[in-house]
Design a binder for this molecule. Structure first.
Ligand SMILES: Cc1cc2nc3c(=O)[nH]c(=O)nc-3n(C[C@H](O)[C@H](O)[C@H](O)COP(=O)(O)OP(=O)(O)OC[C@H]3O[C@@H](n4cnc5c(N)ncnc54)[C@H](O)[C@@H]3O)c2cc1C
Ligand SMILES: NC(=O)c1ccc[n+]([C@@H]2O[C@H](COP(=O)([O-])OP(=O)(O)OC[C@H]3O[C@@H](n4cnc5c(N)ncnc54)[C@H](OP(=O)(O)O)[C@@H]3O)[C@@H](O)[C@H]2O)c1
Length: 482
């Protein structure tokens, strides 16, 4: 199947998907058996080298909190601020001639006064201090680690805090290379690559008439939700939140007690029933349709031709899928960018995991499903099974058939994204086909505890409880997580 046997794998990203991938890869033996559930490393591993590259100084991805956030907005200079290729700033890479002479042992060293993470943009994760999960604790882990039930007895059981998730991930990766301020660049060849770079990095900024001019005139009004950190910035302000997703609902519950007023600009009703229900039961909350135009007098015009003036506008409008290290024309992963929307379709991937153009390129973490951690685990297990040679991918036609069945979907089936699955179909359409590619010895993650994907909805009562308790101002999220 492969032109050469895979002996080395690079994993891009040290978030949950990267960690899941590394764990699977290092636990497969040369004869194609997974030792992960035996909790021991194989005497003769399948891969001589598995290297995880993380751009930040710590692992954890979204769960690695940055006190100082990303910029409030991207540069608007190109006027193509809704195009992820235009707003992603490549770090200054030495030229290819220099790079080709380098190796891990002999890198090109650039002395820098700044950490690399202070230069490259959109790498500061979106999490804010009060963040707690919207998924039950039992699904915020990988199946091969014990289910500890740390939320037991807390008001918000079964939800856990950002710190709980970060601690869990830290426990999984004990040894990682120390980070240094010395910027060293080198080239290294790998037989295969896993892209686990996440998809909540590059903010989606809707393209709207007058936006650039508005931001130039009033630079302190608009920001993307990725840069939200401190409710005090919104104290006594009239706030407009754009979007009806989880970010808007989350921010609203924190802002309600401090802001003078909060209005939500909804392009459509929330696709999450519990969010719309909470919004509808909040009589103090005002609603407006989508912003049609930003005006130079500091107000905005909505689709229904009403106007509003706000001290703060937060674009909780989501993120782009983006793989800046792949040349778009290679189509190793094909992104069908939709105009005026972050909801692109992702193509050329079998089971959203293996590039059909080049089966030595894989990715984990693409689907936006309730059970993200388990989804990544299934992809990672399949990657280890296929890259080790234990399992073979089906014929190309079959891979394309699966891809086409997803790319040809007219409307996103499930909230927002084409990459979502209905919970009652996800096992048949995504998880079990991936599991059939896992190396022998690997147990089916959901079957270990006989869990059903629908059980992610066990979080809904706690999310509603949190929403009303927080917006009343009587509780903080740390009170609720006690
Ligand atoms: C505010 C917020 C709350 C969320 N809450 C939940 C929740 O409650 N439950 C849930 O299941 N999911 C939640 N999610 C979804 C979240 O994306 C997943 O939980 C999970 O973090 C995805 O893991 P990942 O590894 O795919 O991506 P990420 O967590 O984004 O990790 C990607 C990693 O790759 C690194 N990276 C990116 N590009 C490069 C590069 N070129 N080179 C090296 N490293 C690179 C990044 O620095 C990052 O560390 C939330 C997301 C957000 C934004
Ligand atoms: N506590 C938590 O666990 C938590 C908190 C925050 C985020 N998250 C996670 O983070 C990820 C991203 O969530 P998100 O809410 O930031 O993004 P999202 O789920 O992509 O939602 C984006 C929202 O913006 C709307 N939108 C897009 N363009 C708009 C426009 N021009 N005007 C008004 N609205 C517009 C979309 O409307 P349409 O419906 O019309 O597309 C949608 O409601 C999700 O996986 C989410 O679960 C989790």
């Amino acid at each position: 199947m492969f032109d050469r046997v895979i002996k080395s794998v690079a994993v891009i990203g040290g978030g949950p998907a990267g960690i899941a991938s590394v764990n699977e890869l290092i636990h497969v033996s040369a004869n194609g058996e997974s030792f992960l559930q035996k909790n021991k490393r194989p005497a003769l591993p399948a891969f001589e080298k598995v290297v995880c590259f993380e751009q930040n100084s710590d692992i954890g991805g979204v769960w690695n909190y940055f006190k100082v956030p990303d910029p409030k907005l991207p540069s608007l200079e190109s006027n193509e601020y809704d195009n992820p290729n235009k707003i992603y700033d490549f770090p200054k890479i030495p030229d290819m001639k220099t790079l080709l002479k380098t190796s891990f042992q002999k890198p090109y060293i650039k002395l820098s006064t700044k950490k690399l993470e202070d230069e490259a943009k959109w790498n500061r994760n979106a999490a804010y201090k009060d963040l707690f999960t919207n998924i039950p604790e039992k699904f915020m882990r990988f199946s091969y680690t014990p289910y500890k039930r740390i939320s037991k007895g807390r008001i918000l059981e079964p939800l856990v805090s950002m710190d709980d998730v970060k601690n869990y991930l830290d426990d999984l990766i004990r040894d990682f290379a120390p980070f240094s301020n010395i910027e060293s660049w080198y080239t290294e060849e790998f037989d295969a690559v896993v892209a686990a770079n996440g998809h909540c990095n590059i903010p989606y900024i809707p393209k709207v008439d007058g936006f650039k001019e508005f931001v130039e005139l009033f630079p302190n009004i608009v920001q993307h939700s990725k840069s939200f950190r401190d409710v005090n910035d919104f104290k006594d302000k009239d706030v407009l939140l754009c979007g009806s997703g989880t970010s808007s609902a989350d921010l609203y519950q924190y802002l309600a007690p401090v802001a003078k007023s909060v209005t939500i600009s909804q392009r459509s009703k929330s696709v999450y029933g519990w969010i719309q229900e909470c919004f509808d039961k909040s009589p103090e909350l005002k609603f407006k349709p989508r912003i049609k135009r930003y005006l130079q007098n500091g107000s905005v015009q909505f689709d229904d031709d009403t106007f509003g003036k706000y001290d703060k506008i937060v674009l909780s409008t989501g993120y782009h899928y983006h793989f800046p290290f792949l040349k778009p024309e290679s189509e190793i992963i094909k992104i069908y960018q939709q105009e005026s929307s972050p909801i692109s379709k992702i193509g050329n991937l079998y089971l959203y995991t293996f590039s059909i153009k080049d089966n030595t390129f894989a990715t984990a973490g693409i689907p936006t499903v309730g059970l993200m951690f388990h989804g990544m685990e299934y992809s990672a297990a399949a990657i280890a099974g296929v890259f080790s040679g234990a399992k073979k991918l089906p014929r190309l036609e079959e891979q394309y058939d699966w891809n086409d069945s997803r790319v040809n979907i007219e409307q996103p089936e499930v909230p927002h994204r084409y990459q979502g699955f209905f919970l009652d179909k996800i096992e048949d359409q995504f998880l079990n086909p991936l599991f059939s590619l896992a190396a022998p010895g690997r147990l089916n993650p959901l079957k270990i505890d006989d869990w059903k994907p629908e059980q992610v909805e066990e979080s809904t009562p706690a999310l509603k409880k949190a929403f009303f308790a927080l917006k009343s101002g009587k509780y903080s999220s740390s009170d609720l997580l006690k």
